[in-house]
Write a protein that binds this ligand. Structure first.
Ligand SMILES: Nc1nc2c(ncn2[C@@H]2O[C@H](COP(=O)(O)OP(=O)(O)OP(=O)(O)O)[C@@H](O)[C@H]2O)c(=O)[nH]1
Ligand SMILES: [Mg+2]
Ligand SMILES: [Zn+2]
Length: 357
């Protein structure tokens, strides 16, 4: 039987160097061979020259695994909440138990109390009509992973699927669960989306069998339109940071080559806060030179389109796979310039105005 890479799930082989699952024949022949060359290079050098799993393959693997599972743990990135929700996954779960493990809560500013964040997430799911039980966790630090385990145990299912959009931290959660089991093997984790290639089965004394799975690619995330190395810059990896700018009429803020917002009617005391949790940040921009600047610097290579958005105080505009903009003090109409195909959402603030005024 073909062995499977324990890190990424690709079938191990010695045929084509430079593809997931590859190992030189003499290494593959050893009993101790458990991870492929790609996983080895990701783990030891932080490099993935072989690229992500295709969206089609990931989708097929996940849908097959949903039929196997009694319960699904859907991992969502709190820093890109709407962008990292997979509606295909939610729909495919039907009436199965669906737990939303809302991950990376360590990246929220410390001022945001846990209860406030959980309340926000629950309300968001209710507003969106998603019937999920919420667990707010940090898989990386292990925060509240034991609560998630307790809840799974209580439900008594024996087959769990860990699934969700790419880069949300599924494999990191798998490793947090394996840590409780003193497992010597682990799933491969990387900052590049598309690391896990196939489902990988593990077991846990208290929750039964569980599977890691390849990341789904929900449509509309800016980070998915870029080459993997550029995408890594946009992926939430650091504490959420807000940049505050006055936002009088014609004022503009931009993330170079990615998106811009221009105020259409801001009064003199209007203030906008641009949030990101990645290696990029909102900057002040010159609204008269914006067209040229966006077109010549498009990171995605896509054409830009423009939409008018009204933003109330207490609401924020989220650009999927990039960041968000919130208004303080005044309701403001703005024009959003973004690459075609990138989705946006207007939603209640994740971080209340009271924390950042
Ligand atoms: N700050 C923070 N980063 C996390 C957390 N969980 C995962 N990450 C980071 O998110 C990135 C993706 O993690 P993975 O576990 O590989 O994500 P995945 O969902 O398995 O990704 P794919 O296999 O590509 O679909 C890595 O850089 C992780 O270190 C978390 O709780 N907090
Ligand atoms: Mg993974
Ligand atoms: Zn591998």
């Amino acid at each position: 039987m073909t062995k499977q890479c324990q890190g990424c799930g690709a079938p191990l082989h010695d045929r084509t160097p430079g593809t997931p699952g590859y190992l030189p024949a003499h290494v593959l022949a050893k009993d101790s061979a458990v991870i492929c060359q790609r996983c080895y290079r990701i783990r030891h050098y932080g490099q993935d020259e072989m690229g992500p799993v295709t969206a089609e393959r990931a989708s097929k693997a996940v849908l097959d695994a949903v039929s196997w599972a009694e319960g699904v743990i859907m991992v969502v990135d709190i820093m890109d909440f709407e962008g990292s929700l997979s509606w295909d996954l939610i729909r495919s779960c039907g009436s199965k138990t669906l737990i939303a493990a809302v991950n990376k809560c360590d990246l929220l500013p410390r001022k945001v109390a846990d209860l406030e964040a959980v309340t926000w997430v629950r309300k968001r799911f209710t507003d969106l009509g998603v019937p999920a039980t919420v667990a707010l966790i940090s898989a990386a630090s292990g925060t509240r992973v034991s609560d998630l385990v307790n809840y799974c145990e209580l439900l008594g299912h024996q087959r769990w699927l860990i699934a969700g959009a790419s880069n949300t931290g599924k494999s990191t959660l798998v490793n947090a669960l394996l840590k409780e089991e003193d497992q010597v093997h682990s799933a491969t984790v990387s900052r590049f989306p598309g690391t896990t290639q196939e489902t990988v089965a593990w077991s846990h004394r208290r929750i039964g069998e569980f599977k890691d799975s390849p990341g789904l690619v929900p449509p509309g995330r800016l980070s998915d339109l870029l080459p993997q190395s550029a995408a890594a810059l946009l992926i939430p990896a650091r504490a959420l940071q807000g940049k505050v700018y006055s936002f009088s009429k014609d004022a503009a803020m931009a993330i170079q080559g990615c998106a811009a917002v221009v105020s259409m009617d801001g009064s003199d005391d209007a203030v906008a806060v641009g949030f990101t949790a990645s290696d990029v940040a909102w900057q002040r921009a010159n609204s008269t030179k914006l067209d040229h600047w966006l077109a010549s610097d498009s990171l995605s290579g896509d054409e830009f389109d423009s939409v008018t958005v009204s933003l109330d105080v207490g609401q924020e505009l989220v650009i999927h796979g990039l960041g968000s903009v919130a208004m303080r003090r005044r309701r403001t109409k703005l024009i959003l310039h973004k690459p075609k195909g990138v989705k946006f959402t207007v939603r209640p603030n994740l971080i209340g105005g009271k924390h950042h005024n």
